[in-house]
Design a protein around this ligand. Structure first.
Ligand code: FPP
Length: 260
């Protein structure tokens, strides 16, 4: 993990490679099917520059766009961004308002490109608690891209993993009580089908930027066997090259899923 952080902050200068060389090398090994990213450090990035926190989010959104392009170029199947947690409502009102407006901004600037790239946009999280302009942007994204068959792009907005698990458990109990499922049939696969990520593979690789080493209520069930990569790079500084290096780091790991 320490090595990964060093490599991603660029202290390992032993192998200078072009972007094309890096991509070509990555394509030779199996890719992670699902990459999930905790995009952290926007506020600190802005503070370091004497800018309002919202400037960090604006730059963060540019990075989101670049990483979508990079993931699509590599041929990754699912990309998930943790964009707004159920805990983020505690932030100052103007910051929450700014973040809630990002989906409609992104819709204006990026919907066309996402359609051209055949990207399918989906949401994880309780949309109904977000302002109406956020909901309509999110719904338009989902509606206009629902038949696309390329990269699945998930935005976790108003998402919290414990809340997701509780809702799944409540629904499962109801389904046992009304006879739709048999209690003895409850296994990992059935549980997964009650979660918001139903139908998607669990994340193979989870990246968290900004030096924080925790998972913060993100996909707790789904990341049981994920490879975790923490980097000191702040999200607004996280480039496509960082992303490619993270994927390359993942490819060097030996995944045993509990076996030897
Ligand atoms: C965490 O940094 C970042 C967020 C809570 C917002 C992330 C949102 C984006 C990157 C844009 C998403 C785009 C769309 C279209 C939904 P922080 O503010 O916690 O940073 P800090 O830890 O340095 O304060």
């Amino acid at each position: 993990m320490i090595e990964s952080i060093k490599r991603l902050v660029g202290t390992d200068k032993s192998q200078p490679r072009t972007r094309e060389e890096l991509i070509a090398k990555i394509r030779q090994s199996p890719l992670p099917e699902h990459v999930a990213i905790i995009t952290d450090g926007n506020g600190r990035w802005a503070k370091k520059r004497g800018l309002p926190r919202t400037a960090g989010h604006a730059q963060g959104m540019k990075r989101v766009r670049e990483i979508i392009r990079a993931a699509d170029e590599l041929g990754i199947k699912v990309l998930t961004f943790y964009s707004f947690s159920t805990e983020n409502w505690k932030r100052p009102k103007d910051e929450v308002e700014y973040l809630m407006k990002l989906p409609s901004e992104f819709l204006k600037t990026d919907l066309q490109e996402l359609i051209e790239r055949n990207v399918k946009v989906q949401m994880l999280g309780e949309k109904s608690a977000t302002p109406s302009y956020t909901q309509s942007a999110l719904m338009e994204f989902e509606e206009r891209t629902k038949h696309n068959t390329g990269l699945i792009l998930n935005f976790a907005i108003n998402y919290g993993s414990r809340d997701e698990i509780l809702r799944a458990v409540r629904q499962m109990i109801e389904d046992v009580q009304n006879g739709h499922i048999d209690k003895d049939r409850i296994d990992e696969e059935l549980m997964s089908s009650y979660l918001l990520t139903r139908g998607l593979p669990d994340p193979d690789l989870v990246i968290r930027t900004s030096g924080e080493i925790r998972v913060s209520n993100f996909l707790l069930w789904q990341l049981a066997y994920s490879e975790l990569l923490f980097t000191d790079v702040l999200w607004p500084d996280f480039t496509q090259e960082h992303f490619f290096l993270a994927v390359e780091d993942y490819q060097r790991r030996s995944r045993r899923f509990g076996a030897v």
